[in-house]
Design a protein around this ligand. Structure first.
Ligand SMILES: NC(=O)c1ccc[n+]([C@@H]2O[C@H](COP(=O)([O-])OP(=O)(O)OC[C@H]3O[C@@H](n4cnc5c(N)ncnc54)[C@H](OP(=O)(O)O)[C@@H]3O)[C@@H](O)[C@H]2O)c1
Length: 282
């Protein structure tokens, strides 16, 4: 079976590719990337393909049986059309199956909901495409918080508007294992799977950082309005709006999701504390 993975220059695409190489063999995995130079270290053939160009993907998908679509990073209104380019290219190139990396989230009214809704539209487009499919909805990965840890340490705290809402986290490596299964195991086709570990509060998250990574952080609860203003000031309007919307959804319980991980992988998702502990010596 020949598979193609999109956005292999990104961190999730690269993690899935490494796992897929183990599962399917290097000769059976190709990648696509807007910037192929960023994917050289994977050691597979990487076609240049921008989500804005269906033709790029038609070329890349020749002879491919299954495509894994990593969702894009553009504004929500642009993503839908970009994802349609990949779906339509798969159909035109004779691909049989598409696996899509979507996102968790109960419906809500936060400034992140446009992103969630764009992912739901792509899920619908895939279901209506007549391709075989499997859809994963990714929990929030823990890695960006780990990468941001130095900043939290400088501030002595994690401050956001999640209050005591719970969020179902995951990690890119756990997702990579799940997506290999969704590509390989056709008995999982035709369904949507929530790919998450257990749900924890921000206070619990801070507690794990303090316990396993030796920090002395506090959690500071901010109002959604103040947090939005702070985020936009710090990260700019687009990214700040997206990030503050994520924590507003956590506050509202809209990222507290029952997991389907075990159905896909055949074992429970690793505990979030265990994942955080694995960064102890890094
Ligand atoms: N669940 C979560 O917690 C979470 C967190 C962050 C993001 N996400 C979503 O998951 C996706 C993957 O995340 P990640 O961690 O791998 O992010 P990442 O490391 O920033 O990678 C983003 C990838 O998207 C590619 N890309 C952006 N615009 C593109 C375009 N027009 N055409 C083709 N490729 C394009 C980038 O290509 P270049 O190398 O050319 O830039 C890069 O490969 C994101 O795109 C986002 O939708 C989820």
């Amino acid at each position: 079976m020949k598979i193609a993975i999109t956005a292999v220059s990104g961190q999730l695409g690269a993690a899935i590719t490494k796992r897929a190489i183990e599962e399917f063999g290097k000769e059976n995995v190709i990648g696509t990337a807007r910037t192929p130079e960023n994917a050289k270290s994977l050691g597979i053939k990487v076609f240049k393909a921008d989500y804005n160009s269906k033709e790029d993907f038609i070329k890349a998908f020749q002879g491919i049986n299954a495509v894994l679509l990593v969702s894009g990073m553009d504004k929500p209104e642009n993503r839908i059309r970009q994802h349609q380019n990949v779906i339509n290219a798969a159909k035109e190139a004779g691909v049989r199956k598409i696996v899509y990396c979507s996102i968790i989230g109960k419906p809500g009214t936060s400034t992140f909901d446009a992103v969630v809704n764009s992912n739901r539209q792509t899920e619908k487009d895939i279901k209506e495409s007549n391709l075989e499919y499997a859809i994963g909805r990714n929990g929030l990965y823990i890695e960006p918080d780990i990468e941001y840890l130095e900043n939290y340490i400088k501030d002595g705290k994690i401050a956001n508007c999640a209050a005591d809402g719970k969020c179902s986290y995951t990690s890119r490596d756990e997702l990579a294992i799940a997506y290999s299964q969704l590509l390989k195991n056709n008995s999982l086709n035709g369904k949507i799977y929530e790919l998450v570990g257990e749900a924890i509060t921000q206070t619990e998250l801070v507690g794990y950082f303090n316990k396993y990574l030796g920090t002395s952080l506090l959690f500071e609860s901010m109002s959604p309005k103040d947090y939005l203003a702070w985020q936009q000031n710090t990260n700019g309007e687009f990214l700040g709006t997206i990030i503050s919307g994520i924590y507003a959804k956590i506050r509202n319980g809209e990222f507290e999701i029952d997991s389907d991980f075990e159905k896909v992988v055949g074992r429970k998702h690793k505990a979030i504390s265990e994942i955080i502990n694995s960064y102890k010596n890094e």
